[in-house]
Design a protein around this ligand. Sequence first.
Ligand SMILES: [Mg+2]
Length: 218
Amino acid sequence: MRKEAAGWLFTRTLIFVVAMAAVTACRSVDAPPAESLQFISIEEAAELPNIERAGFDIDDTLLFSTPAFDVGQASSHAYDSEPFWTLVNGSDRGNSRVKLSTRQIVERYQARGIPIYAITARSGFGGDGLKSFISDELGIPANHVFFEPDGKADRIRSLRLDVYFGDSDSDIEDAMDAEAKPVRIQRSPKSSYRNKDGSLRKYQPGRYGEAVVADSEN
Ligand SMILES: [Mg+2]
């Protein structure tokens, strides 16, 4: 009897150890350790070869726009409603700021004569405010700014972008889906784009083995 109990304990321990090893292995696929991230410098990101058309995400990539979202959150409008987006899309001017790191990359591409496109997952209600802000601040034409709340892959594909810069896991997934080179921009630790537990949402740099731009939080 005792021998059987000891054998069962051994079996349970073995199952536990194997299960923990499996969990650890899965985690390491999802979130690679920092030392295995493939970092490139801002300069390298700006000088990528064989690029004819380049695309950028907007929130936490071109802009630190948490202050514009704060305006929406502080209002009485329900999140994701038409009045919410009309307010947020009209609140970048005076609240959001262009990120220093991506400004350098955009300006270098413009100097190389490469057309730039901006694609956001925001809804397009009241979108002219955001378009004119992006145009005035970064010289990206208003008709190069697209709102794609249902996913960006089709737009990246139809614009035939060679590279797409973004901070979220979904930016990298959509770029890969559309066969553009994905490049990760790091999200500001001050961003409000978070899960309920406080962790940054959809944000695992290097998850897909993509290049990560160093020093691109700001
Ligand atoms: Mg973003």
